[in-house]
Design a protein around this ligand. Structure first.
Ligand SMILES: [Zn+2]
Length: 271
């Protein structure tokens, strides 16, 4: 089974010190900061870039007129995506102190079929290797479609799959009329989708109070009765829209997406 790699987790190193002149630990703070300031990725040995930097200089009331200074920057490897956050803090006033916090991404390995692979990692991998979509976990397929559609349609996509809500997996929240989405990950790339699922989704969509739906399947194609049933539902005015995504149509949309999430380090920033 193929392995995927992701930098989702981190280890953190902290150092604090009393900055009085006779304190011996102050140099250690700078030492930690400097040691962390390497420009080489520890995993692939490529050079890193500073991809984000921010400073804060304030006089909060809790310091009684004192000053609170924070400098934070992120080093990223442009080759493999490894990252490190450096945060330096200095406080002067009623409370004195300096500290350095270094957070490192840690490389994590996943099986392609694991349900725990971060979607961002999976999405990036499948953009190049979409045939492997037949090996991913069922629940991952729903999350993948959720991620791809939320970027493609620029809207919020709700994941309802777990509740088995009448066969509905996702809901696109675009306007007053939400679009209902059914997702099927087939085990074979030559699978031809049959009409029963297409008909069932019409009922599930109406019961949900919606008149728009999308059926996504990793099938090679939808059978003729599928296309006819979807077109008929719209022609008869039962639904406003019924869109079918087969393997090739969905992979085309997937390839247009860039990244499902913002940079993974953003959630660890302090300022
Ligand atoms: Zn690297």
């Amino acid at each position: 089974m193929k392995k995927l790699f992701s930098y989702e987790e981190y280890v953190r190193a902290d150092a604090f010190a009393d900055p009085s002149p006779d304190s011996l630990s102050k140099p250690e703070i700078y030492k930690l900061f400097d040691e962390a300031n390497t420009s080489t990725c520890p995993f692939c040995k490529s050079s890193t870039n500073r991809s984000h930097e921010n400073s804060l200089n304030e006089n909060p009331s809790w310091l009684g007129g004192g000053c609170h200074y924070v400098n934070e920057y992120v080093s990223c490897c442009s080759e493999c995506g490894w990252w490190r956050i450096h945060t330096y803090k200095e406080t002067d006033g009623d409370i004195k102190g300096i500290s350095t916090i270094v957070k490192n991404a840690v490389l994590k390995k996943y099986d392609l079929h694991s349900k725990d692979v971060p979607i961002r990692t999976l999405q990036k991998y499948l953009r190049q290797n979409f045939d492997d979509v037949i090996h991913i976990h069922d629940s991952q397929m729903e999350k993948l479609v959720q991620s791809v559609f939320s970027e493609h349609f620029s809207c919020e996509v709700e994941h309802v799959g777990k509740s088995h809500d009448g066969g509905i997996d996702l809901i696109l929240v675009q306007s007053d009329s939400p679009t209902v989405v059914q997702v099927k990950r087939r085990r074979s790339l030559s699978h031809v989708e049959g009409v029963s699922g297409i008909r069932e989704l019409i009922g599930a969509t109406l019961l949900k109070g919606s008149r728009n739906c999308i059926y996504v399947s990793t099938c090679s194609k939808f059978s003729d009765p599928c296309n006819e049933a979807a077109a008929q539902a719209v022609d008869l005015g039962i639904l406003e829209s019924y869109t079918l995504y087969d393997f090739s149509r969905f992979s085309d949309v997937l390839k247009l997406t860039k990244s499902s999430n913002p940079e993974p380090w953003r959630k660890f920033l302090e300022i």
